[in-house]
Design a protein around this ligand. Sequence first.
Ligand code: ZN
Ligand code: ZN
Length: 276
Amino acid sequence: MRGLCNLHAHTTYADGANTCEEMVLAAIAAGFESFGISEHSHVSPDVESEVDLANLTPESVPRFLDEMRGLKEKYVGKIALFTGVEQDALADMATDPFDYVIGSTHFVNKDGEYRFVDDGPDGQRETVDRLFGGDYYAFAQSYFAAESQVARLTGCDIIGHFDLVNKNNEGGRQFDTDNRRYRDAAMAAMEEILRTCRLFEVNTGAMYRVGRTEPYPQLWLWRELLARGGEVILSSDSHAVESVAYKFPEMAQLLRDAGFRYRKILTDRGFEDVRI
Ligand SMILES: [Zn+2]
Ligand SMILES: [Zn+2]
């Protein structure tokens, strides 16, 4: 595949299984032109005190940046490497030292209580039952209200997993994404985000990790994005060497079928269009 690029990957600096160098070697072996590691940002103490996290810390950020600098030099000519951050909407760290920023919403806040959006199905059900009276649509509305602010809050280059709330919902087992309340909440978030950031991931992370049959965002959202001048970038949200390019050719074909003509990649000259 031409112009192979992934900017969403995790390592042992956060919740990934492999080191930075192992991920870089996997990307080289898979034929990537450019590759970025986007470690999870540190989040505010309010959030940190309530959820279990393995994110970057003020102490590990300099080590991560140093290690990536070394890898960029070591593999120059073989692959273009970039150091990113997956900046949560509730992050409390600066993004200036990073080459690019993915903006993501991982938490809902209800009555001052913070919970993971993408907990396992049981944890998510407990959140919905206890904080949202069992109403998954109210949960989704709360998520998309937070997501609508992610570009403004993070100053991101790329919108990460736009509909993460749909992670455990294979086959509509939790809620119906055709439901008006769901669709209106998602579209309101998209419209708001597009005022600040036009580039959305097509993210195959949950397809690899939990067997989802659709990426983030769902395909109906691609059409809405295309109609509003949004742009796309392929992303594997990879947490291990096996999945660095998971289903990229399939996603490119689907994007072509949906009417997209270009996808973005990051090169040493900045973000560029690649014909799909
Ligand atoms: Zn994420
Ligand atoms: Zn991620």
